[in-house]
Design a binder for this molecule. Structure first.
Ligand code: SIN
Length: 495
């Protein structure tokens, strides 16, 4: 059992109280690095979760009416506490999620930075005074908080995916019910504890862990008091949530699956490109929606790139996230391993060739020995000769597998890169200025990284096109998702 001080919370946080499930049910949170149970957390039923709706609904009038400055300073206090407790938050995250501790520290800072960003933005939710069409009238556009917001977030970023929704919503004056992933509720509950210490009023930020997400979310989506849902997760579940929003016409933001192309053109700096592909591909063991999923390399530099890319792998260490030396941690669970194995097997059976890795390792280093039961440490893998009609090309791998594709012309690679229902992130390396503009504009993706493999920051709008969803998180656009525009027409001015 885990015992890191007061940040370890196992009850839900509703209306400022730590509350267990009515029937006392709990579920286990497992460390993916060794399969041990870290803690048991309250397992909320749909009826339990409804108490959070009452709390958030009751808290809304006061919270939304407060001065922006007041909300901003409470959020800033929350940010500061996150940073003061960054080491404990990172350890908790690594234990329940598996990512290397250095990445967990990075995520705590990334998550806290959203809180700071939106604390600053709270004061700038400006409306407009519009030149009137009539001398007798004045026209205003006010921006007002949407209401109670439900956030539904995944296990791959247990803190940052919550704060980039919740901080924007809270800054706008909304109240929040956060439903964390069942694999990683401890980080969310630690955030709730810090929100309590920061002085956020009861009911303003609530966290409801459950092992029955589909049932609980369905019940909450049917509640007309919830006015907005923001979801990060699979496209499949996103479509269900979008359907559930229809009867009460809830506002929806969806950040869904990706199938990111990373294109390396002939004019790229091959070594720099190889380094950036590696950074994009193996972040969080390949378990992000923006990881390079298809690596397209142009004919003229194909061999040089593969050589450089392969050489970079010799320095990678795979092991438990708590080990400071680890670059890549375990996959989240056996299901994740099974998916990667299925995609790789399918590709090799259809003629793809494994260049490096290709299976589980013992958690020590690449090339390590035995396959312990429950081991989810997957070796960084390079596979070439992949074709666009293989499942490896059309599904999100969510594991440390670099699938390399060859291409000849710019026109061809743009067509292939766009030939997917997804449109979250895309990357390319090139030096020709005209090509940089042309390709950036031609890629049908919400995010395009040019000569970089890292694009995530609170100051930029994060979000997708097509079946990768809609709505933007972070940046000055992030708060729009939680604000209604109200048109006020003041007449009778010339009477
Ligand atoms: C995600 O994987 O959904 C988010 C990744 C990020 O914020 O960089």
């Amino acid at each position: 059992m885990l015992t890191i001080d007061s940040l370890l919370r196992t009850s839900s946080f509703v209306n400022g109280f730590w509350v267990d499930a009515e029937n006392g049910d709990t579920f286990g949170v497992v460390n993916p690095a060794d399969g041990t149970e870290l803690a048991r957390v309250s397992d909320l039923s749909p009826a339990d979760a409804r108490s959070a709706v009452v709390a958030a609904h009751d808290a809304f009038p006061d919270w939304s009416a407060r001065l922006a400055e007041e909300r901003a300073s409470l959020l800033m206090q929350w940010h500061d506490l996150m940073m003061e407790n960054a080491d404990d938050l990172a350890l908790l995250m690594t234990l329940e999620q598996g990512k290397p501790i250095s990445e967990a520290r990075g995520e705590v800072a990334y998550g806290a930075a959203f809180v700071k960003w939106f604390a600053e933005e709270a004061r700038r939710a400006y409306g407009d005074v519009i030149p009137s069409h009539d001398t007798d009238k004045r026209i205003l556009a006010l921006r007002q908080a949407v209401g109670v917001v439900l956030t539904v977030t995944p296990w791959n970023f247990p803190i940052a995916m919550i704060t980039r929704k919740a901080a924007a919503a809270l800054a706008a004056g909304c109240t929040v019910i956060s439903k964390p992933a069942e694999d990683t509720p401890l980080s969310a509950l630690a955030l709730a504890r810090l929100s309590e210490l920061a002085g956020l009023p009861p009911g303003v930020f609530n966290v409801i862990p459950t092992s029955r997400p589909a049932e609980v979310v369905e019940a909450l989506m049917a509640d007309t008091r919830i006015r907005k849902v923001s979801f990060t997760g699979s496209t499949e579940v996103g479509k269900i949530i979008m359907g559930q929003a229809a009867p009460s016409v809830k506002r929806v933001s969806l950040e869904l699956g990706g199938n990111a192309p990373f294109i390396v053109f002939d004019d790229a700096d091959v070594d720099v490109a190889a380094r950036d592909v590696l950074a994009s591909k193996y972040r969080n063991a390949g378990q992000t929606c923006v990881c390079a999923n298809r690596i397209f390399v142009q004919d003229g530099i194909y061999d040089a790139f593969l050589d450089a890319y392969r050489r970079l792998h010799t320095g990678l260490r795979v092991g438990p996230g708590v080990d400071e030396e680890s670059d890549i941690g375990p996959l989240i669970n056996q299901e994740a391993v099974d998916k990667v194995v299925r995609l790789l097997d399918g590709a090799t059976q259809q003629g793809a060739r494994i260049v490096l890795g290709g299976g589980l390792i013992d958690g020590a280093a690449i090339g390590g020995g035995s396959h312990a039961p429950g081991n989810t440490f997957f070796a960084p893998t390079i596979v070439e000769g992949v074709r666009d009609d293989m499942a490896l090309a059309s599904e999100e791998i969510f594991g440390p597998v670099s699938a390399i594709y060859r291409f000849s012309t710019e026109e061809d690679v743009i067509r292939r890169a766009n030939d997917t229902p997804f449109g979250l992130a895309a990357y390319f390396h090139a030096r020709d200025n005209a090509r940089i503009w042309r390709v950036s504009e031609a890629l049908e993706y919400g995010i395009v990284g040019v000569n970089t493999g890292t694009i995530s920051t609170p100051v930029a709008p994060f979000g997708g096109m097509k079946e990768s969803g809609f709505g933007r998180e972070g940046s000055r656009f992030g708060m729009d998702q939680y604000l209604e525009i109200k048109y006020v027409c003041i007449g009778g001015l010339s009477r």
